[in-house]
Design a protein around this ligand. Structure first.
Ligand code: ADP
Length: 706
């Protein structure tokens, strides 16, 4: 009952309430009056007052009620006009194109400024437009459905294309709201949001998503097809792997999940123990520099096989420069490494073979750049290996020599045949070597020439042997000549005392017969002198023949002491001839001391023997330096020698003064001894009466060659 009352309209409610209250008032006030008042006049007056009171009260009530209604109406009108103002403001100033569309009349009723601006039509023009003028023909069906009177009150849909006045299309999302009009009319408020940019962004996003997916797919394909393992790991001593590509199994023998997060084994444990610390140090150093870096080390696979791997890695840092992780790629290079090692070993072998060759060897490419050489070649050029490799002749030798080398190279290339020539080379330290310089081409496995090999074959021994042979031949020739002379002289010189003896004996026989005492004595003296002379001759010959056969060991000795000994030894003849012998500063010598003493003794004896009778003999034993070579000499102020005959005095049996008592073998003997010591001897004189100097050298510091 109460709920039914509540549903009634307020006007009906108030009227009904007034009627009920009026009836109740009349009924109860009359009953009350009739119960309280008996007087009819008073009753009438009271009735009148009661009526006036009722009218007054109801009038007041009506006044209050009507006033309240009018106040409410005013307020409602005010808020309506305010809402209309707000609506109009929102509609007009909305940044999105909006219009009110008459669903029944199918026309645009009102448009806002944004719509005018966006589509380029004025409001007037809009009103004359059809839906088809503003929309893409393909969208019309859907659009009409959306704008129908019986379509849902609120609708939102995208995918429409609207055409501007200039013909261009924009993508829009439409929001429609039903606006019920008076007289059952239907309007729709339509808001169009330009989503061209959003659509493009969406399409771009989609495209980039697709591209990302595609690149991820490619990356994944690439990673599984790469000849190595891609990884991402932490920079810890375990090299904790956060990710490893599929190749992990093939490379290490462990599946990815065994290594990732050190589940079964850490990558650090897979690295060969001998390489772990080195790799750690290298990586820390490179990470500090924030640059990609290569690594070379060994790993031990699940099956215990040792593999050589090459790694290229880089540290990944965040915006603050903090290292997040390390990424890289590890590939198995065991085969290459072994091949490289074999090649290195081979090169090492080649080099040690070359270094063991005791003559210079080098090889170079066709551009003349030296690819390799041995120690001897380095010594030859006087440069270290590193300064030779990669350089050409132009960098290593003087230009004149480089031109020559180039010429030979071109000749070998042009003729495809070896070049060969005998050459004495001088090492950087001054050593000389006789060589046969040979230059030949070397070829690759296809038989194409790729470089030149140069070898300086050491033929010093051969040259030395040849020199010895040559000298021996010369010596032999000389000895033969001497022998001839010797034979001649011996037969002559030995015959003359024999003839003397024979003649003297015949005379002696007669003298004995005649008992001529004096003649006998003279004859015997002649025979004695002749045999003495033969004895001298034979003694000298014996000595001469001994040179080179019987000798003492070579040693260093003081030449001054030796000269002093000579002076003592010859004291008798020096005293007798009143000769003055002075000894200068003499450098020490190396040789057969006894023989060298014979030399000095002979020279001093000759100086005394061939003295000038008008002068006191002055003899000097001295030494002068000539180009770093010691020239010992014995100088006298004797009879001197004609300069044209200076060489003759060394010839066997040669006496410039036949009358002199000697055998003519003394200086020949001296010459032999000096030459036996590797030295030379010669005589100097300005002529007869000017004295002379006999000079000789000794090969210091070493034994003579033969
Ligand atoms: P000999 O045994 O006859 O001295 P040598 O061979 O010693 O023979 O000397 C050869 C010749 O050289 C001598 O006969 C002499 O004519 C000459 N001769 C050597 N020494 C001197 C000297 N000091 N002064 C001048 N002539 C010399």
């Amino acid at each position: 009952m109460i709920s039914r009352f509540k549903n009634l309209s307020p006007a009906f409610k108030i009227t009904s309430l007034y009627l009920i209250l009026g009836l109740l008032w009349i009924l109860f006030s009359d009953l009350l009056l009739s119960w309280m008042v008996d007087d009819l006049e008073l009753m009438r007056i009271m009735q009148t007052l009661k009526g006036w009171f009722y009218v007054a009260i109801t009038t007041l009530l009506f006044f209050l009620l009507i006033k309240r209604s009018f106040d409410r109406l005013d307020r409602a009108r005010e808020s309506l006009s305010e809402a209309a103002r707000h609506y109009s403001y929102l509609f007009r100033n909305n940044p999105y194109p909006m219009w009110v569309y008459d669903c029944d009349g199918k026309r645009f009723v009102e448009v806002n400024e944004a719509a005018e601006k966006t589509f380029g039509y004025s409001e007037e023009e809009f009103r004359k437009l059809d839906l088809g003028d503003l929309h893409h023909p393909d969208d019309l069906e859907d659009l009409s459905a959306m704008l129908r009177c019986d379509a849902p009150e609120y609708n939102r849909s995208s995918g429409f294309r609207q055409r501007k006045k200039d013909g261009s299309l924009i993508d829009v999302e439409l929001i429609t709201h039903l606006l019920p009009g008076q007289n059952g009319q239907h309007y729709r408020l339509v808001l169009a949001m330009d989503i061209t940019g959003r659509k493009q962004a969406f399409e771009a996003l989609k495209a980039s998503e697709n591209a990302l997916k595609e690149s991820e797919r490619q990356l994944s394909t690439l990673m599984s097809n790469l000849p190595g393992m891609a990884y991402r790991c932490k920079n810890d001593k375990q090299w904790t792997m956060l990710f490893v590509s599929k190749v992990c199994k093939e490379l290490t023998g462990y599946p990815e999940e065994a290594i990732e997060n050190n589940n079964l084994i850490s990558f650090g444990e897979i690295i060969h123990p001998a390489d772990r610390q080195r790799i750690w140090n290298e990586v820390q150093e490179k990470l500090f520099l924030k640059k990609p870096y290569p690594l070379l080390y060994r790993i031990i696979t699940a099956s215990g096989q040792v593999k050589w791997v090459w790694e290229q890695a880089v540290g990944i840092f965040d915006d603050e420069g903090e290292l997040m992780f390390v990424e890289g790629f590890i590939t198995n290079i065991t085969e290459q490494h072994n091949a490289e090692k074999a090649l290195k070993d081979y090169n090492e072998l080649l080099r040690s073979i070359l270094d063991n060759i005791s003559f210079p060897v080098f090889y170079k490419d066709l551009q003349g750049r030296i690819l390799g050489c041995n120690h001897d070649f380095c010594d030859f050029l006087g440069k270290p290996y590193d300064q030779i490799i990669g350089h050409t002749a132009w960098d290593l030798v003087p230009p004149a020599k480089a031109i020559l080398i180039d010429k030979i190279d071109r000749q070998v290339l042009a003729t495809m045949s070896d070049f060969r020539q005998e050459e004495q080379i001088v090492f950087a330290d001054g050593r000389k070597k006789d060589t046969v310089y040979q230059k030949s081409l070397f070829y690759d496995t296809d038989g194409i020439p790729i470089g030149l090999i140069g070898v300086y074959f050491d033929i010093s021994e051969r040259v030395k042997a040849e020199k010895i042979i040559k000298k021996q031949v010369e010596d032999l020739e000389r000895i033969n000549a001497e022998l001839e002379q010797f034979t001649y002289t011996v037969s002559h010189d030995l015959r003359s005392p024999l003839v003397t003896i024979k003649g003297s004996l015949n005379l002696l026989r007669d003298d004995i017969k005649n008992h001529d005492q004096q003649q006998i004595i003279d004859g015997m003296a002649r025979i004695e002198a002749a045999t003495g002379r033969m004895h001298h001759l034979l003694e000298d010959l014996l000595q001469l023949s001994r040179i080179g056969r019987i000798g003492n060991p070579f040693s260093w000795f003081s030449m001054n002491e030796l000269a002093e000994d000579v002076k003592v030894f010859l004291h008798g003849i020096l005293e007798e001839s009143k000769a003055q012998l002075t000894i200068g500063e003499l450098p020490g010598a190396f040789g057969d001391r006894f023989r060298i003493m014979e030399v000095l003794q002979n020279l001093v004896e000759n100086a005394v023997k061939f003295r000038d009778p008008d002068r006191v003999p002055e003899i000097e034993i001295g030494c002068r330096q000539n180009d770093g070579e010691a020239n010992y000499f014995v100088k006298d102020n004797g009879v001197g020698i004609d300069p044209r005959q200076l060489d003759q005095v060394f010839v066997m049996f040669k006496k410039l003064e036949p009358e002199s008592g000697g055998t003519g073998l003394g200086l020949a003997l001296v010459k032999r001894i000096v030459e036996f010591h590797g030295g030379r001897i010669w005589a100097e004189s300005e002529g007869p009466g000017k004295g002379c100097v006999f000079c000789f050298t000794l090969k210091a510091g070493s034994a003579p060659e033969n």
